[in-house]
Design a protein around this ligand. Sequence first.
Ligand code: NAP
Length: 283
Amino acid sequence: MHIGIIGLGLIGGSLGLDLRSQGHYVWGLSRSQSTCNQAIDIGVTDFAGLSLGDIKTFAQTDVIFICTPIDAILKTIEAIAPHLDSSIILTDVGSVKASIVHAAQKLHPRFIGGHPMAGTAFSGINAAQANLFQGRPCVLTPNDSSDPEALNILRSLWQSVGAVVYECDPEIHDRAVAWISHLPILVSAGLILACDQEPDQAIAQLSKHLASSGFRDTSRVGGGNPQLGTLIAEYNQKALLDSLKQYQAVLANLIQQIESGNWQNLEKSLVLAQELRNSYLII
Ligand code: NAP
């Protein structure tokens, strides 16, 4: 197939590497010339430019993935929609869906939202890596008016790079990922910020030396891309706040168990957490 990727960073770059290794022709668009040069050098795209006018093979394009930061996705679709043939399948990889999908479908009816559940703590073209989506979930958010053929093609493309594809409404997606992706970013960032509140400098310094695998695991997503975390909070505000407030209530309950020395109840909570954890690690 002939595939376009707009936004050549961690996700767009990783997708390009995998799609090209499947034999697809991939062109890319990004904001900076150095990113475009790097994309070609490391094999993310066959060609990359700064505007649609640079893409000589644009008319042959079958599918375009928008992989820009969340706040640029709709602006990008608005800019390219007038140039798109109605047969081109348009999709995105944004971490939130409801605020994008409805508007995007109006701009280009062959748009179907997507969100691969894969990432690292790094960003930009140099963070691109092959097989990032291998064994990871990827959500597609079609609705009743979505073209079934476009949905089949997107499903197959994501499966071809190793993703396990799920489908759901955009609003349901946003509430589900608020729990398992967006809440953990804030909880993990809060953990790092809280550790830094230790007033005794000697203890603060020692804790940095002693931090090992447990801290590495629990701080990983809080130490990721700050712009992405902020945009997620802005574009999924309600669902994120609901989950944060529920988390606060659970934390208050754990504090109460410790304050009152109710070790039996605390152990019950931790046993339940240990059992429940496996049900979130299906893949
Ligand atoms: P990223 O590494 O920062 O890459 C985004 C790239 O988009 C940048 O390298 C930038 O390229 C380019 N860009 C920025 N504004 C642009 C514009 N207006 N037009 C064209 N290109 C533009 O970010 P990312 O982590 O790949 O995230 C991209 C999307 O994936 C976001 O919507 C995010 O919600 C979603 N996502 C992220 C993760 C994750 O864990 N990181 C996981 C799943 C989904 P230049 O270098 O040229 O400036």
